[in-house]
Design a protein around this ligand. Structure first.
Ligand SMILES: O=c1ccn([C@@H]2O[C@H](COP(=O)(O)OP(=O)(O)O[C@H]3O[C@H](CO)[C@@H](O)[C@H](O)[C@H]3O)[C@@H](O)[C@H]2O)c(=O)[nH]1
Ligand SMILES: [Mn+2]
Length: 729
């Protein structure tokens, strides 16, 4: 205890050099943007007077530049004060003084999310380096499937052997699948030559193979076992084992009925919050997706370095860890599956009031999410019920930090209350999904929930240790990646259009910089993307200049803005330890996302708003296709994706290619005026060369289907005709 008083549990380093570079860049780039708008407005007034150039395309370009500038400004909040945190878990007080932690794992479909992966996540969470009697793992099964239930029972049996093995040898990898995979052999280097270990490992390996086989047999009818219409089922997976040896494991399938909206993952997490409150009621909980396992077992202790620091603890709502992935091609991540441009920004958010929730991999304070801090102490029971629903036991749990120990009889004794708490009508006429728990407004439950908690004054922290604490699976094929990003874009737009819009709700309740973080609505890129992929190209063919002449001093300004944003991005990529190739992939994939994900998300959000569309949560596919995975590993794009996703991209590519080729004589003829504009199709063609290859040169099954190419040809002709009409105004 002595040492923990004198030595800090954690340190926060402000990344000074990065901060100075960022702020200097903000200053210069901002001046350039102001000058750009000065130029645009003066030339616009000239055009209005003389009508030398068509007005409409010019206006569209100005609007697009404005949107770009807006996104850029919002984005700068995350550049303002980047910090990095270090923790010292070895300085924590002894185990007896650690608080209890619940772990929430969500799964939704045993066919799409195979049991073996889900159970590896469960086992890795049970094996966390934390006192077992203070750890309770809850698996929410939204498919209400007996396949998953059987698998959890098998997982418990295997974990009874696995956990002691991990503890005995202090394993640093506690997810069995990851441990036994060939490239992790180095994990037990320190035991080479130890015969005890070799023998134990052999036994465990055989047991794991048996476990795998049992799950495989059990999963034959996985798809058929999925249900959308079932009563709730809560089962404590337990036996005679000592609670000091094994953490608690609870299976929770909430009630689902076709006529009741279940609110996807947010609904599942809220049920877990209630159910766990009656059973273990840990003051902190960790949320994991079923495809995201614990890699370094010390994550809970690392998070406790913040929660056990009395100076900062009272205001911390959650500690977020990054999402890192085990199925990545690090040399050439062609679908930007790591999504590093997002994760880079989190250190900047951490320098303000903290990062947003990222769905998985965070340790949260129960009090923050339940909103108990906002409730007055002397409030009447009936009013509490309006908030938290009708369960007396649940309301009692709010004021009681931890419940009893008697695991064997607990579930039986509480069964009625647990059924009530996990019923599909429990939320009705309460504040669940609104003031209490995860919010239901959007498919991005994480972003909206953190927005509201930040507005209530909670702060959060970001911890990105060198050895990843969690590893997950991320889409490594085009279709799944685009589908996932469409959901995210839709989520952000739903929030922007709701009463929780960061532009109003957030801006009134947070500091300017913090609300800017939430207002960085990246999917607005769709506007400049479509504009710059169509307008300059069409104008080029007609010989209409949209940019200052090369000989005009203002040309340097535009060139500076272009270079400044790309060079700054490169600098950020390099500083994060990534390569030029990563930056190129980011650019490509960014274009693909704007062209499809953001485009469709926009329509979905607007149609939903006017009541013509009902959003749903499209699960990310977790069963990798062998051929697609092989191509990803070789760095070859696989275009076996829905034509709906491909046609917009291919049409724009064809349009760019055609206008550029046909426009070459024009470019030579009016080089001074048109050269700046020719940069757009030129870069588009070069950066997206893989589309050209896919459409016309490749013969393998991963190419773009000829039918898609044909449709795209037709669509590009239509775009060209409509685009030409714009020139009339
Ligand atoms: O009705 C549902 C839908 C989803 N899930 C679970 O939610 C998790 C995330 O779903 P997944 O299909 O894996 O989506 P991803 O796109 O991979 O998830 C990312 O995006 C989500 C928000 O869109 C975040 O919640 C996640 O943490 C983040 O990893 C999984 O464990 C699912 O089983 C449910 O429990 N019930
Ligand atoms: Mn996932």
């Amino acid at each position: 205890m002595e040492s923990s008083c004198t030595l800090p549990l954690h340190v926060c380093h402000v990344k000074k050099t990065e901060m100075v570079i960022n702020r200097l860049h903000i200053f210069l780039h901002a001046i350039a943007i102001v000058a750009q708008f000065y130029y645009r407005i003066t030339t616009l007034s000239q055009i209005i007077k003389t009508r030398e150039t068509p007005l409409l395309p010019y206006l569209i370009v100005i609007v697009s530049e404005f949107v770009l500038a807006f996104i850029w400004i919002m984005h700068q909040a995350s550049q303002w004060r980047p910090v990095k945190r270090t923790v010292y878990p070895e300085r924590l007080p002894d185990d007896g003084k650690l608080p209890a932690i619940d772990v929430f794992i969500c799964t939704a479909h045993p066919g799409k999310e195979p049991s073996l992966g889900v159970m590896n996540t469960v086992i890795s969470a049970m094996s966390l380096d934390y006192p077992p009697d203070k750890l309770a793992v809850y698996l929410s099964d939204d498919g209400g499937s007996y396949v998953t239930l059987h698998a959890v029972r098998e997982a418990w049996k295997f974990a009874r052997l696995w956990i002691p093995f991990c503890r005995k040898y202090g394993l640093r990898i506690r997810c069995p699948e990851s441990y036994f995979s060939a490239d992790e052999e180095s994990a037990d280097e320190k035991f080479t030559g130890c015969s005890d270990f070799a023998a134990d490992r052999k036994i465990i390996e055989t047991k794991y193979a048996e476990f795998q086989e049992a799950l495989e047999k059990n999963s034959v009818n996985a798809n058929a076992s999925y249900s959308r219409n079932h009563p709730s089922r809560i089962e404590m997976i337990t036996d005679e084992s000592d609670p000091k040896e094994m953490p608690l494991l609870v299976y929770v399938a909430r009630e689902k009925r076709p006529d009741h909206h279940h609110h996807f993952k947010a609904g599942a997490l809220n049920v877990l919050l209630r159910v766990s409150a009656l059973i273990s009621n840990g003051p902190y909980f960790l949320v994991l997706d079923c495809d995201m396992y614990c890699y370094d077992p010390s994550s809970a202790r690392q998070a406790m370095c913040f929660y056990l620091d009395p100076k900062i603890s009272p205001e911390i709502g959650w500690v977020q860890f990054p999402h890192k992935f085990h199925n990545i091609n690090n040399e050439n991540d062609i679908y930007d599956s790591r999504n590093n441009s997002f994760w880079r920004g989190l250190q900047g958010m951490d320098g303000l009031r903290g990062p947003m929730l990222c769905g998985s991999n965070f340790f949260m304070r129960r009090e923050a999410i339940c909103g108990t801090d906002t409730i007055q102490k002397d409030i009447h029971l009936n009013q509490l019920k309006k908030f938290f629903g009708s369960s007396n036991e649940f309301i009692r749990s709010i004021y009681k930090p931890q419940l009893l120990e008697d695991r064997q009889n607990l579930a039986g004794r509480l069964q009625n209350e647990l059924q009530l708490l996990s019923s599909c009508t429990y939320d009705d006429d309460t504040e669940w999904g609104k003031e209490v728990g995860y919010k239901y407004v959007t498919v991005s439950e994480d972003t909206i929930t953190s927005l509201i908690l930040h507005c209530r004054g909670w702060r959060s922290l970001y911890l990105d240790p060198a050895r990843p604490c969690f590893l997950g699976a991320t889409p490594t094929n085009l279709n799944d990646m685009l589908v996932q990003h469409t959901r995210w874009a839709l989520g952000v737009l739903q929030i922007a259009l709701s009463r929780f819009s960061p532009f109003v709700y957030g801006a009134l309740r947070m500091s300017i910089l913090q609300s800017m973080l939430y207002a960085t609505v990246g999917c607005l890129y769709v506007v400049p993307f479509y504009c710059f992929a169509i307008i300059p190209q069409i104008c080029l063919l007609y010989g209409i200049p949209l940019y200052p002449k090369v000989s005009d001093p203002f040309f340097i300004l535009f060139a500076f803005i272009f270079m400044s944003s790309h060079v700054k991005n490169l600098q950020a990529v390099f500083l994060y330890g990534d390569s030029f190739r990563t930056a190129l992939n980011d650019l490509r994939v960014g274009m693909m996302r704007s062209g499809t994900c953001h485009f469709y998300a926009f329509w979905e959000a607007i149609l939903e708003r006017i009541g013509l569309y009902k959003t749903h949560f499209v699960l990310t596919n977790k069963v990798a296709d062998k051929e697609q995975t092989r191509r990803y590993e070789q760095g070859i794009y696989d275009f076996q994706a829905s034509s709906l996703l491909l046609v917009p991209l291919c049409s724009l590519y064809i349009l760019n290619l055609a206008t550029f080729i046909i426009g070459i004589p024009m470019i030579f003829h009016k080089a001074d005026e048109l050269l700046p504009q020719a940069v757009f199709p030129f870069l588009g063609i070069i950066v997206n060369y893989h589309l050209l290859e896919g459409m016309f040169f490749r013969k393998d099954s991963g190419r773009i289907a000829p039918s898609v190419t044909l449709q795209s040809l037709a669509v590009s002709a239509v775009i060209f005709c409509f685009g030409s009409l714009l020139l009339l105004y």
